[in-house]
Design a protein around this ligand. Structure first.
Ligand code: DX5
Ligand code: ZN
Length: 222
């Protein structure tokens, strides 16, 4: 079994003073998606960027913008991220009582819809929305910060969700986010992941290192 593995560098670890250039450099280095971490200081204990930054970065890359919303409530911001140029919009299952409504809203705007699960949230939460999503994002750290240590107990959840996706017969990406290094990348791919978010591991060492950083995250066979 070999499915193509895509690498989604998180711009959270880029140089914020030169974000446009960083997005261009990481695109040229072989990234597959641009991952944008949106945090509100409420759902997660950190603040990052809003739709204006997504809009400003949009002309700097043709890659899909994979926008990870760690905000609650989320629905009122979804149209602004869609208009700013997001291609995939992911909301957290824990962010509110109306996950299904959020996913329908994303799809009604013509965007791909993703659901994300925190490390403490069980796999079965995806069962009731598996027919409504294009992507499932398994957090392998507690969201809020780049540079945290990979939580190995999430590997079983990745396998459990891989089995659910395969059983559904739907084309759903299985993305993993947090603590991804060349070593943990191989483990999450073996467990069934096919999109790897990487902040620190993508941007470490400056632009000359980006192509090798991304290559090092791809499994040998892909
Ligand atoms: C964590 C964010 C991640 C983070 C990953 O809350 O969702 O995307 O930037 O950073 P690394 O790869 O350094 O763990
Ligand atoms: Zn993320």
């Amino acid at each position: 079994m070999s499915r193509p593995v895509r690498i989604a560098p998180s711009i959270l670890s880029a140089d914020f003073a030169r974000l446009g250039e960083e997005v261009r450099d990481i695109t040229q280095a072989g990234a597959d998606f641009i991952h944008v971490d949106v945090m509100d200081g409420h759902f997660v204990p950190n603040l990052t960027v809003g739709p204006a930054v997504v809009k400003a970065l949009r002309p700097h890359s043709r890659l899909p913008f994979d926008v990870h919303l760690m905000i609650a409530p989320v629905d009122s911001f979804i149209p602004a991220f869609a208009a700013a140029g997001a291609d995939i919009i992911t909301v957290h299952a824990e962010a509110g009582p109306h996950l299904h409504r959020s996913l329908q809203l994303i799809k009604s705007l013509g965007k791909k819809a993703g659901v994300s699960l925190n490390p403490g949230t069980p796999a079965e939460v995806v069962d009731s929305v598996i027919g409504d999503v294009d992507l499932i994002l398994v957090m392998s750290v507690n969201p809020g910060f780049a540079g945290q240590r990979f939580i190995a107990s999430t590997l079983a959840k990745i396998s459990a969700i891989r089995a659910r996706i395969d059983a559904s017969g739907r084309a759903i990406d299985l993305e993993v986010d947090g603590g991804i290094t060349p070593e943990t990348a191989a483990r999450v791919v073996a467990a069934g992941a096919d999109v790897l978010v990487a902040g620190t591991a993508s941007f470490v060492g400056g632009r000359a290192a980006y192509p090798a950083n991304i290559r090092a995250l791809r499994p040998a066979a892909s």
